[in-house]
Design a protein around this ligand. Structure first.
Ligand code: N2P
Length: 385
């Protein structure tokens, strides 16, 4: 081969190698950006995975601040057997008591049970911790209706515990004709058998709601003249009642000491279970409806918070939710629990009021600064002779 031919061959060979290298190149390049999402590095873990707070152990003991007669007694023992976490219960009698206690700096509560309007106030004031839904997989059992509540859409802070109504309970054995209107309560006559043998809730917003509804006003009125009218009505009504009571009124009806009480539906049904002589109705002018919630105070430690979330998850189990509903006779928001309940419960019109009664039920709403006017007039009612 001549030198020139050899040189030409070499050039061809080099060109061919370069072409070959160029062809192969794309194979080593990164995949086009449109294929990248396959890696999905930011996706959340499924909710059933282990709690996300690494290194945090649940508290060994928690204190739940709850209404009285508002849990199935065996629930705390069962929770302790299953988790080793001991539950201690402390009781409050009204949303205002609960709020004042926490605003006063009380710490040590891992779980509280405020009603709807009080949740709104507490969120506004930064008093609640956000829930870690990873620790509450049973949230899927909550009826969708309760994931859309105006005071906490999406259950960022709270999970509905139970809901119910406020009306009139009475002793069926001793009263042939119970009072069916607020007029017979607030303007009771000495000739009425329940005169002096009746209690009103020790609860500012509940009592004002009943009086305002009777007077034909909005139960969340912010008209001071209307409120003053309700206050005067209530001061006058004091002579016909034996007291304000939110904790023992239903037993006093059952025992026959009292004949009529303003109170909560489930409490009367519980007492009826015990005494077998109690009726309940929503007065013709209307009553209130409320939704109570499990929430964690912002003051809870991370360990208490984790234990409280485990307790919320426990309550949301179908069997535990059913146990709670069965004992308290309040309405459960847990659809998996509801599916386990008897017809006697699901068909009870005192627990699940029919539409014509529902139409007469009002929510108590948060009123901001104006709440202090209610409180001042409530103090005046309490102080009046
Ligand atoms: C139960 C109290 C019912 C709660 N004793 C009223 N929100």
């Amino acid at each position: 081969m001549k030198r020139k031919q050899l040189f030409t061959l070499l050039v061809i060979l080099i060109i061919a190698m370069m072409a070959l290298a160029a062809c192969g190149a794309p194979a080593t390049e990164a995949p086009p950006p449109t294929e990248a999402p396959a890696a999905q590095p930011t996706e959340a873990p499924p909710p059933t995975e282990a709690p996300s707070q690494e290194g945090i152990e649940p508290a060994k003991e928690i204190v739940i601040y709850n209404w009285s007669d508002y849990v199935a007694p065996e629930m705390y023992d069962l929770f302790e057997q299953e988790t080793g976490i001991k539950v201690i219960e402390d009781n409050f009698s009204s949303n205002e008591d609960l709020l004042a206690k926490l605003q006063g700096g009380a710490a040590g509560y891992a779980l509280i049970v405020p009603s709807d309007y009080t949740v709104a106030i507490m969120i506004e004031e930064g008093m609640l911790a956000k829930l870690d839904h990873n620790n509450i997989p049973n949230l899927k059992n909550l009826d969708e209706e309760f994931t859309k509540m105006y005071y906490d859409p999406g259950n960022e802070y709270c999970v509905t515990y139970l809901w119910g109504t406020t009306g009139i309970g009475y002793n069926k054995d001793q009263l042939e004709k119970p009072p069916t209107s607020w007029k017979q309560i607030f303007e009771a006559q000495e000739s009425d058998p329940w005169y002096g043998r009746m209690t009103l809730l020790d609860d500012v917003r509940e009592v004002f709601s009943a009086a305002l509804i009777y007077l034909g006003y909005d139960n969340n009125s912010t008209d001071e003249a209307q409120l003053a009218e309700a206050r005067d009505l209530l001061i006058n009504a004091k002579k016909g009642i034996s007291g304000f009571d939110s904790d023992t009124y239903e037993e006093l009806i059952g025992s026959g000491e009292n004949l009529v009480a303003h109170g909560w539906n489930g409490d009367f049904l519980q007492a009826d279970d015990e005494f077998g002589n109690i009726g309940y109705l929503i007065p013709e002018e209307g009553g209130t409806i409320w939704i109570d919630n499990m929430c964690i105070p912002a003051t809870a430690t991370p360990e208490e918070k984790l234990a409280a979330e485990m307790y919320i998850n426990f309550v949301l189990r179908p069997d535990i939710g059913a146990m709670l509903a069965d004992y308290t006779y309040y309405a459960t928001p847990n659809k998996a629990a509801l599916a386990e309940m008897s017809e006697e419960y699901t068909g009870n019109p005192i627990i699940f009021p029919p539409d014509e009664v529902r139409a007469k039920l009002r929510l108590i709403k948060p009123l901001g600064e104006f709440e202090s006017v209610y409180q001042r007039m409530w103090d005046e009612i309490k102080a009046a002779q």
